[in-house]
Write a protein that binds this ligand. Structure first.
Ligand code: RET
Length: 273
């Protein structure tokens, strides 16, 4: 719902630099997660690998968004900057979310290493509702009218609320036997999810408040990028911390795992998270 508009040089630069920075951090995070897989037991590696995949996919999409931003902003004859809404592809965001948001659900379940029958149901519920949330939100993002934005936004909120319900209610029942430390980390993980994911519907509503000038355009891009960093790279760090703790706990409980299943040569050093 952002139309063509004049931008100041600062507004153009701020988004340009922030996209560039986000791209760099996402790419760095992907390398870090790949390299730190070995700190955790094989049972938890899928979760950490998934973090690497998510941040790599996001890095690629930030490259595309960065290029799209460069292409969409031209110099006007008067010498100022001019944003051409048609040329800026926010589709990259939705394409990214469609893949990365279900993957974020995959890593959340994978790191718990639950019974297969239980995790299979959770994967299905969480991945399907995550994908539905993004698919239903897109027509509203692309719509030209407020009515359509409200309608699709509301429809998209239904799977979002269901997803939160599954994460809080159903997953709690599965968490009973987890060590205290893992319970605390997992509680914090869900709060991180709630606060970062909450940013997206708020930004989505900007035009409904009549907020669609150049400041709103810049703020929405920065807000999305910041939320993406916290919800993907930051979230991945917390997943890694949970995996390290669970590895340590497993080894304390069953030291023979060290040699056999885990193939580790020495215990995970304390403070490795
Ligand atoms: C890495 C990207 C993430 C975590 C993206 C999350 C996106 C959302 C939670 C989007 C939610 C939306 C609604 C709940 C309603 C309005 C439409 C959306 C798609 C912005």
């Amino acid at each position: 719902m952002f139309g063509d508009m004049a931008l100041t040089a600062t507004e153009y630069e701020v988004v340009y630099q922030f996209f560039s920075l986000t791209l760099a951090i996402m790419a760095g995070a992907a390398v870090y997660f790949l390299a730190s897989r070995k700190h955790v037991a094989p049972a938890y590696r899928t979760a950490v690998t998934t973090s690497a995949i998510i941040t790599a996919i996001a890095a690629y999409h930030y490259l595309r968004l960065f290029q799209s931003w460069e292409a969409a902003v031209v110099m006007s004859e008067a010498g100022g900057y001019f944003f051409q809404a048609e040329l800026f592809s926010s589709e990259y965001r939705y394409a990214d979310w469609l893949i990365t948001v279900p993957l974020l659900m995959v890593e959340t379940v994978a790191v718990l290493n639950l019974k297969e029958s239980v995790s299979r149901k959770l994967y299905a519920k969480l991945c399907i509702s995550a994908a539905l949330m993004i698919i239903l939100g897109y027509p509203g993002q692309a719509a030209a009218t407020e009515g359509a934005r409200i309608l699709w936004g509301t429809l998209s909120t239904i799977p979002f609320v269901y997803l939160l319900y599954v994460l809080w209610r159903e997953l709690n029942q599965e968490m009973q036997d987890e060590p205290e430390r893992v319970k605390v980390l997992f509680r914090n993980l869900r709060y991180l999810l709630l606060f970062t994911w909450g940013v997206y519907p708020i930004v989505y509503m900007f035009p409904l408040f009549g907020w669609n000038g150049s400041t709103a355009l810049v703020v929405s891009q920065i807000a999305y990028a910041t939320a993406d960093l916290a919800a993907k790279a930051g979230y991945g760090l917390m997943i890694h911390a949970i995996a390290v703790n669970k590895t340590r706990y497993d080894l304390a409980e069953q030291p023979e795992l060290l040699r056999n299943e885990y193939g580790l040569s020495s215990p995970v050093p304390a403070g490795a998270e």
